[in-house]
Design a protein around this ligand. Sequence first.
Ligand SMILES: CC(C)(COP(=O)(O)OP(=O)(O)OC[C@H]1O[C@@H](n2cnc3c(N)ncnc32)[C@H](O)[C@@H]1OP(=O)(O)O)[C@@H](O)C(=O)NCCC(=O)NCCS
Length: 477
Amino acid sequence: MQNGSSSRTVGIDAIAVHVPRLYLDLRDEWARVRAPELGEASVEQLVGKVTKGVGVTEMAVPDAHEDSATLAAMAAVKAITHAGIDPRDVGTIAVGTETTVDQSKSIGAYVLGMIEEHFGVELRRVGAPQFQFACIGATYALESAVNAFRAGEATKPYSLVIATDVSKYPLKSAGEYTQGAGAVAMLVSESPRLLALDARVAGTITRDERDFFRPNGLSTAVVDGKYSIDVYLGAIAEATEMYLERARAELGRPGARIDELADHLLFHVPFPRMSEYAALRVLGEAWRADGSLRAALAAAAPQLLSPELERDPAVRKEAEKALAKSVIFRECYERRIEPSLALSRRIGNIYSGSMYLALASLLETAADRAALAGSRAAFFSYGSGASARVFSGVFVDPQRAYVPHVTQALDGARVPLDVATYERLHAGPSSDGPPSLAQPGKSVLPPAGEFALARIGTDQGPARTDLGYRYYEWVAS
Ligand SMILES: CC(C)(COP(=O)(O)OP(=O)(O)OC[C@H]1O[C@@H](n2cnc3c(N)ncnc32)[C@H](O)[C@@H]1OP(=O)(O)O)[C@@H](O)C(=O)NCCC(=O)NCCS
């Protein structure tokens, strides 16, 4: 067993992804409109920056009837259906989100209502909490679900952990091309069919930071872009150190480097290029501490061996730039990281689900999914504000446990948006009062075969009060 001395093997039994059907192509009209607005030298320059420098080509955009709750419920239905389980065997619905639909009520309760309606079941004897900590919320939800099983406290065979978000930055800002929307649902169980999580190895750190946040009342995030990258990298490096101390002991691999312990490195992906920055930091730290790689590094990225690296961020930047071009890094990156980025290049940032989308991407794009069995994935989860958690797991039977479905959805049923319609959706419904009380606007694509936000409650009186309550319904295709 891969899990040290843990008596219970707990992990992810199934995973499913749902993204909106609408998307914005960042190489077409949007680039022509924005290049002058963003002060770029040319359209080609902006397209190059967004597609190569940032790494994203298309972004999923929610329609007027979609929100974090409908996306979560859709992903949940897919996970339950793909796994072929009875929804009444789910004991907890734990949702990680930073774009909640209500300031008090858990999205988990809305999702529960939608699942009940869809499957015609009653799920009352369940817990349905919401976890919030920027993009790491779903990881804390996963930890909680896993711990309940490990402690023998789970009352039913499965817990549903859902990461769901609509990532939104101001138009015409540098954050605009790192938006997206989507949800990832995972069934957690004992003896999981997909991925057995390693016990007692996780490294978790938290620092009080101002890199990214969304003050109450704002619909778009406040972000210090470049600083957020630095905080992400520092936090991930620190959590990796803690993970390694524990993993080397628990997995019986004293002195092992991260790339010797793990076959796949799955990072939080606010934008695909961020995974490359993170890989450079994590692998750079691992390799420069290994005397046997000294000669190879001296040739490929000599600055990496400089004692100044710890003290001077400019030296570290130069070292990582050189390492990025080296054969030793490129070979490792192509094999262990690149397969996890295919989906986010076409979906964009889905905040709390983005690292789990990387897991789905690895599974979805693997030429030989069965061959992943027995290999270990390390997860580098990050949430601004800021917290990082590094943990790992071993694939069990990915060939049977994973049902490919995302690429087909992206290739088959998506509809591109023009800029005017995208901007209308971005603005949201107009309202005299708080936007959360506004009725949903007109959908671009009428809902079909999906959950939809039907209306917002307006009553406030002695007989009945539902002002602001969100009514969801299943709309058949
Ligand atoms: C990610 C973000 C900081 C990028 O900022 P930006 O000002 O648009 O982009 P930059 O000018 O830094 O360029 C990004 C990269 O594209 C490269 N680039 C620029 N033009 C290019 C072109 N035409 N072709 C290829 N690459 C290009 C840059 O050299 C840079 O790469 P480097 O880091 O290797 O030097 C910005 O989109 C943002 O703030 N996003 C939201 C915050 C976020 O997601 N933070 C992550 C932590 S959670």
